[in-house]
Design a binder for this molecule. Structure first.
Ligand code: GLC
Ligand code: CA
Length: 534
């Protein structure tokens, strides 16, 4: 039996930047409702909604102060209920972001924990008399001193994001109750923020993949997800195929799938921080995707497929061609990814080929906490200003967070006031209205790929096989018992050659003129197509 999410394409919305309905410069739930018709036209099955819960917004909502309230800047619970209803009417499910590795320091649990060290809430968090060497992923020590109790609390992200203590069964039950509150509202599932960290063993220096992680997830499944066909996807930066199987093997009753980031690791130099970016290594990309395709056979697990999210640079700016082949390279990345086995995710703006933002050299436009911390630390370490600017422009998380470009009116139709992050100056050429008006635009390639996945079972069933090709060409076969599909992509600005004995039966999708034969073929830059072959 197939799950709905095996034939679905998911669209990620970063609410602050999607659509502002009341002209305060911040996207909101009514803005999303306004754009549901657009998403229906694109054809997606579900929205992964980045956090909209009550939050002081130290990390744009990934610091939650009340899981059962909506942040005022986004609307209120009646707007949320309306979104669920309006989405459902269009066949779209809502996947909520579940951030339970940490809360905000303004969450009532933490406020009580701090005020009253004898309260039960104290043990919902992780307190020690002495800090150890653990570092925050946003820079600096992971321990923050609390004057009053003379203890330190753990925060693997900002100090306004204290880590929850999953060892405490009462805390776990509170999390499950909260999940059931949302499930009862009729949501389609959860995207689980840094879920691989909940089993941490801080005294041993273990932060990810801790000893009890999978016990907790099995318990969570029993308490919340059981017998409901929800989509659950864990964010797991360090997952290997073996680890991904532990989460997503249907017999294990944990999650539907995880986001693995091995291909994203190619964006920077090996064993370097992400700020030391590098160009695309196609042979390594092929090796990584092939490994994941082969190892996560559907009886043993399931893949998620993505190039972009709210933490990553725009794929066209890091690996594609931003100028001459912007749309064509966008189509090439889309075709390559969406015909693999797994559930594809599109990040807002990806479907119209949005690009990174040309941040000013004085960094006055940077909002992101991770980027700000990096700038301060890099300066302190004596890094050249030029190098810091380059890193920010290439990989800062704010690149993905500039407002969605709807049309060519001021503020790109996102808002009528100055938005919280500036609109990319390219909005007059790159926007939704323009994309919809051009039948050959990238938008329609995504639309076709989404439709294909809904309609064609081979995308789920067919086996995967990599073909030997020259280094910049990515060619793979998808094979069922009676059909063979070839996906062929030139991931470069140069022509490439390719040859094969297969004969062409049918064109499934293409961003170029499809050839008559596959023998001694010359591929133009960023040519990409899928053919049924014999
Ligand atoms: C995840 C989120 C990221 C956030 C972090 C802490 O990595 O995707 O945006 O900053 O978790 O919650
Ligand atoms: Ca607003």
């Amino acid at each position: 039996m197939k799950h709905w999410w095996q034939k679905a394409t998911i669209y990620q919305i970063y609410p602050k930047s999607f659509k502002d309905s009341n002209d305060d410069g911040i996207g909101d739930l009514q803005g999303i409702i306004e754009k549901l018709d657009y998403l229906e036209e694109l054809g997606i099955s579900a929205i992964w909604l980045s956090p909209v819960y009550q939050s002081p917004m130290d990390d744009n909502g990934y610091d939650i102060s009340d899981y059962e309230k909506i942040a005022e800047c986004f609307g209120d619970m009646s707007d949320m209920d309306e979104l669920l209803l309006e989405a459902k009417r269009r066949g779209i499910r809502i996947i909520m972001d579940l951030v339970v590795n940490h809360t905000s320091d303004e969450h009532a649990w933490f406020v009580t924990a701090k005020e009253n060290p004898n309260s039960p809430e104290r043990d919902f968090y992780i307190w020690r008399d002495q800090p150890n060497a653990l570092e925050s992923l946003f820079g600096g020590s992971a321990w923050q001193y609390d004057e009053k109790s003379q203890q330190y609390y753990l925060h693997l992200f900002s100090k306004k994001q204290p880590d929850l203590n999953w060892e405490n069964p009462a805390l776990r039950q509170k999390v499950y109750d909260m999940m059931n509150f949302w499930i009862d509202k009729g949501i389609g599932g959860f995207r689980m923020d840094v879920i691989d960290m909940i089993g941490k063993a801080p005294d041993k220096g273990i932060t990810t993949n801790g000893p009890k992680l999978h016990d907790y997830l099995k318990e969570m499944h029993q308490a919340t997800l059981k017998d409901k066909d929800l989509l659950t996807v864990g964010e797991t930066w360090g997952a290997t195929p073996a680890i991904a199987k532990a989460y997503s093997n249907p017999d294990n009753h944990e999650l539907s799938m995880v986001f693995q980031f091995e291909h994203i690791g190619l964006q920077h130099l090996d064993n370097h921080p992400k700020w030391d970016f590098t160009s695309l290594d196609v042979p390594r990309l092929k090796a990584i995707f092939s490994k994941w395709q082969i190892e996560l056979d559907p009886t043993e697990g399931w893949n998620s497929l993505f190039w972009n999210n709210h933490d990553l640079p725009r794929v066209l700016s890091i690996w594609g061609n931003e100028m001459t082949y912007r749309e064509k390279s966008g189509k090439a990345f889309a075709i390559l990814l969406h015909l693999l086995r797994g559930t594809p995710y599109i990040y807002q703006g990806e479907e119209i080929g949005m690009l990174n933002y040309p941040f000013k050299a004085d960094f006055s436009e940077i909002e992101d906490i991770e980027s700000r911390n990096f700038i301060a630390e890099a300066r302190q370490a004596g890094k050249q200003e030029e190098t810091i600017i380059e890193s920010i422009r290439k990989v800062s998380r704010d690149n993905a967070r500039t407002p969605m470009q709807w049309d060519d009116s001021p503020q790109a139709g996102f808002s009528t006031t100055k938005p919280w992050l500036p609109v990319n100056p390219n909005y007059q050429t790159i926007n939704v209205a323009k994309a919809l008006a051009d039948k050959n635009s990238l938008f329609y390639t995504y639309q076709a790929l989404i439709k294909l996945r809904k309609e064609e079972d081979w995308l789920v069933d067919a086996d995967y096989e990599l073909l030997e090709t020259s280094s910049k060409v990515f060619a793979y076969l998808r094979k069922t018992t009676d059909k063979t599909y070839l996906v062929l992509v030139n991931l470069s600005d140069e022509t490439q050659s390719f040859t094969s004995n297969y004969t062409i039966k049918d064109t499934i999708i293409t961003n170029t003129k499809t050839p008559q034969t596959l023998e001694n073929l010359t591929l133009e830059p960023w040519d990409a197509f899928c053919l049924e072959v014999d």
